[in-house]
Design a protein around this ligand. Structure first.
Ligand code: AHG
Ligand code: MN
Ligand code: MN
Length: 336
């Protein structure tokens, strides 16, 4: 049986779902960048890529060397191909302008170049999360700088979302809005090969993911819900739950796509100015699209994540995503 590479899958999508050629090219380039990042990540101490820099990003987080390397790989791979009108990233304060010497295109690429970077130095899975939006017509091909407002579109407008996970295997999980496909990097072939054709998040689960160390800061609905999970068989939910927390969103979401579960990063009382930790544009939105496309649900406690109208590039939101039954339960607790 011949193997379906990412390239072949994308060509088939062009035929069956009218995926535009420039979007196909864009995804191929992102996948190529992820391969390069995977390569860098896997070098570890041998490549001198571990550890932190002296710099901080716009969110006041210390940048790891690999955060910056990954960001540069994505920028360099994508800036020249003529498929993008601009880029935005966790690691850059403002929108990235396509250099004047290169052609501009119709799409916007938003990414978290390296997610879970606190896990890099301890050799635990990390990843790259990305989201593709259309650049509003009136801002395409303009000679001036592309403003932040071009990016501020709700997640429902994403034409594609995906992530690469750099773990025991490097995988690329992708949605073009008609289901989720999983590709595994075949290092001998140098290509991503379709290995997970039907990805479905089970509707119910007995597994949850939350950073329990923040318990004292949570709001009442989350206290109630997690209290019920911990009460197990003799509690109101009548069954025992298991807990996992990898602290790399990609790895936690990947587990949920594989065997179900509910992932929570709620708003908490540590810093009233921070409504949650995760960023809407390049963490919550792409993951919400993937989870929904796999039959799961994603809310911020009160509304569907994909319906949120963004107000800034680095906006943070509370996140509840995964198996439908549990996400709907915790969302109902916020409403009651
Ligand atoms: P990043 O490394 O891109 O800043 O993202 C880290 C995020 C996410 O991957 C993870 O779910 C969460 O931070 C973990 O947070 P805690 O360290 O608070 O558990
Ligand atoms: Mn992240
Ligand atoms: Mn990151």
């Amino acid at each position: 049986m011949s193997r379906v590479t990412l390239s072949r899958y994308l060509i088939e999508q062009t035929r069956s779902h009218n995926t535009p050629a420039d979007l196909r090219f864009l995804i191929e380039v992102v996948a190529r960048a992820c391969k390069a990042i995977s390569h860098q990540v896997s070098k570890g101490a041998l490549g001198g890529v571990l550890g932190s820099l002296d710099s901080e990003n716009v969110q006041g987080e210390v940048q790891k060397k690999l955060d910056v390397i990954s960001n540069e790989i994505l920028l360099e791979a994508n800036e020249w191909g003529g498929h993008l009108a601009g880029m935005a990233s966790e690691e850059m304060d403002n929108a990235y302008q396509i250099p004047g010497k290169y052609p501009k295109g119709a799409y916007l690429l938003v990414f978290d170049p390296l997610d879970g970077s606190s896990n890099i130095d301890v050799n635990v899975s990390v990843g790259t999360i990305f989201s593709v939006l259309r650049c509003p017509d009136e801002q395409q091909g303009e000679t001036g700088d592309l403003g932040e407002d071009a990016f501020l579109q709700p997640g429902t407008e994403q034409v594609c979302a995906g992530y690469a996970i750099y773990g025991p295997q490097t995988m690329l999980m992708l949605t073009l809005g008609n289901g989720v496909k999983g590709f595994t990097l075949d290092r001998e072939l140098g290509s991503f090969v379709l290995t997970h054709d039907t990805i479905k998040v089970p509707e119910s689960t007995k597994e949850f993911a939350i950073n329990m160390s923040n318990q004292r800061h949570w709001e009442a609905p989350v206290q109630r819900y997690v209290g019920e999970l911990l009460a197990g068989e003799s509690g109101p939910l009548g069954r025992n739950y298991n807990m996992r927390w990898i602290a790399s969103m990609v790895a936690d979401v990947h587990r949920i796509l594989t065997r179900g579960g509910v992932f929570m990063y709620p708003r908490d009382g540590r810093d009233p100015a921070m409504p949650g930790k995760l960023r809407l544009m390049y963490e919550a939105n792409p993951m919400a699209m993937i989870i929904e496309q796999a039959g799961g649900a994603a809310t911020d406690g009160s509304q569907r994540i994909l319906d949120i109208q963004p107000t800034s590039l680095h906006q943070r939101v509370p996140v509840f995503l995964g198996s439908k039954e549990e996400v709907l339960r915790i969302t109902a607790y916020h409403r009651s």
